[in-house]
Design a protein around this ligand. Sequence first.
Ligand code: PMP
Length: 364
Amino acid sequence: MRRPTTLDDLPIRADLRGLSPYGAPQLDVPVRLNTNENSYPVPEQVTEAIAKALAAELRDLNRYPDRDAEGLRADLAGYLGHGLTGAQVWAANGSNEIQQQLLQVFGGPGRTALGFVPTYSMHSLLSLGTGTRWVPVTRGPDFSLTVDEAVARVREHAPDVIFLCSPNNPTGTALDPAVIAAVVAEAPGMVIVDEAYGEFARAGTASALALLPGHPRLVVTRTMSKAFGFAGGRLGYLVADPAVVQAIGLVRLPYHLSSLTQAAARAVLAHREALLGTVEAIKAQRDRIVTELRAQGRTVADSDANFVLFSVDGDQRAAWQTLLDAGVLVRDVGLPGWLRVTAGTPAETDAFLTAMAELAPLKG
Ligand code: PMP
């Protein structure tokens, strides 16, 4: 009997050897609050509109899709406002793919990408995959980032690409626009502001979109996976100077965005009121989780996102398992003593808070 081939038998790149694929457990439990999805299913009026839009594409599936997704990009620009046009928008299969394309153009062998950790772990993994050297800069104990600290690190490392995540995953904290502006002013290369959770920001928290005019090296990435509840549809996008969009054309695969994806995303955008209606409800649950966990005596990071990072005062792996045993799946992001929970429906919050109250009581 031949033994099964393992990864070690394959001529894999040396820098990928021994690594495991990214991914949170997809477990079938009653309360799934581990991947920052939108807990609300797509409303029926929207599923009907998507079905109609897809049906209209089917006869032409013998043809390649619009390679430049012109209609979708114009719709996305219209959604964002700020006087943006489709020429300043580029779309792909999730903002992960957008960021990969950006690194393919602006990173790569011999180049570096800097991020302020803890942050979204795909930024480092996409850097690895594109041969870009990852430079992690550790945030302070309260996960904040000041203008002075950010500018000093940018000056020190002079990276080709800088990732700023606001609101930041996994901490939930948004960046002061003054930090973004200062980094853009100091950066020798491109600055990518990952705003995957932008729609959940609290009043008074500004988007980096307003900084775009006059800054051709600033890119804002966004997604329909969270606020729009369209994670399964896979649609992310960037907003930048039209020259950045043209530069992506050098690396993007031809016809990377299927005509079905484009049509479904446009149908969703046309019905955005129905979908974005869930955002306020989710923000209310987010704020409730913060307030109630603090009332339980826990340390909780401020959140402008649809999730909350909280301290479990001990081994987070054991706490994660206890919550799972109670039917509640949260995320262990690998930060000792901390776990992350997604804000979903009121019933999901109830289940989570009940399970938390039963977790080992805090010391002292
Ligand atoms: N950026 C951040 C900060 C995220 O948390 C996520 C999803 N977990 C993404 C980007 C990727 O989202 P998508 O590829 O679904 O657009």
